[in-house]
Design a protein around this ligand. Structure first.
Ligand code: KIV
Ligand code: NA
Length: 265
């Protein structure tokens, strides 16, 4: 039950151990996930969607990511905690990236940051790693680029984009990333990426031939019923469980069967 570090995560690949990662955005959920054996918890900028109710990840701020990450860190004893660098916090220049990553580590106590993108962010990611901050890369569908991509479709379907993804993965390994998330690409691309580098490829919608998996916790627990991509396996139906529980509570209150005298002082 020792704390999992960046080097532990990287070593899991050569040890043949798959990495199980989930997102979390709050203390209570993070405690449960950590005690349930996840290797890594990501405070994803998917919080913009599932916590803040936005339709993209673009609006969430560095301050908001710091607030959520600080809350998650307090609930975690074992898992490797990674905070997404939000849109705008690193794109302009490497200096912005270093300042934002330093703020995240100082103000939250998390273990690493995650940054979307390959070649254009080489200098930024390199500088952050040189600062002593572990970085997880993110290739394939990078949702902060939704406006450039024109949607959330599968990436790297043609050879040119696949080759670029493999080159980017090699580059991220070379500059010292501890792992790379690869999102929504054909299973063959996930396989080729995992074969091309010694650092773990953590897939989401990237097939079974990668070194680990990540899902958005709200989605895999069935709290976002209108979101059903093919890659999402729903492990629970919390929407139904919460709907039933809340319905029972409401009728107990209306019927005056809650609270009883035993539940009173
Ligand atoms: O923001 C997020 O939740 C993510 C994962 C889906 C990888 O980046
Ligand atoms: Na993200």
């Amino acid at each position: 039950n020792k704390k999992i570090t960046a080097t532990c995560i990287t070593s899991m690949k050569s040890e043949g151990k798959k990495i199980a990662m989930l997102t979390a955005y709050d203390y209570s959920t993070a405690r449960i996930l950590d005690a349930s054996g996840v290797d890594s918890i990501l405070i994803g900028d998917s919080a913009s969607n599932v916590i803040a109710g936005n339709s993209t990840t673009l609006p969430i701020t560095l301050e908001e990511m710091i607030f959520l990450t600080r809350s998650v860190v307090k609930g975690v004893k074992r898992a490797f905690v990674v905070c997404d660098m939000p849109f705008g916090s690193y794109q302009a220049c490497p200096e912005d990236g270093v300042r934002s990553a330093v703020r995240i580590l100082k103000e939250t106590g998390c273990d690493a940051v995650k940054i979307e993108g390959g070649a254009p962010y080489k200098a930024t990611i390199k500088r952050i790693i040189e600062t002593g901050i572990p970085v997880v890369g993110h290739l394939g569908l990078t949702p902060q680029s939704v406006n450039a991509f024109g949607g959330y479709g599968v990436r790297a379907k043609d050879e040119k984009e696949e080759n670029q993804l493999i080159e980017d993965a090699k580059m991220l390994e070379e500059i010292g990333c501890c792992a790379i998330v690869v999102e929504k690409v054909p299973a063959s691309v996930g396989k080729h990426a995992a074969e091309a580098v010694k650092i773990p490829i953590i897939g989401i919608g990237a097939g079974p031939y990668v070194d680990g998996q990540v899902l958005v916790v709200n989605d895999m627990l069935g709290m976002s019923k209108d979101f059903h991509p093919k890659f999402l396996r729903q492990y629970a139906d919390l929407q139904s469980i919460i709907t039933d529980a809340v319905g029972n509570y409401v009728s107990d209150v209306k019927d005056n069967t809650f609270p009883t005298l035993e539940e009173s002082y």
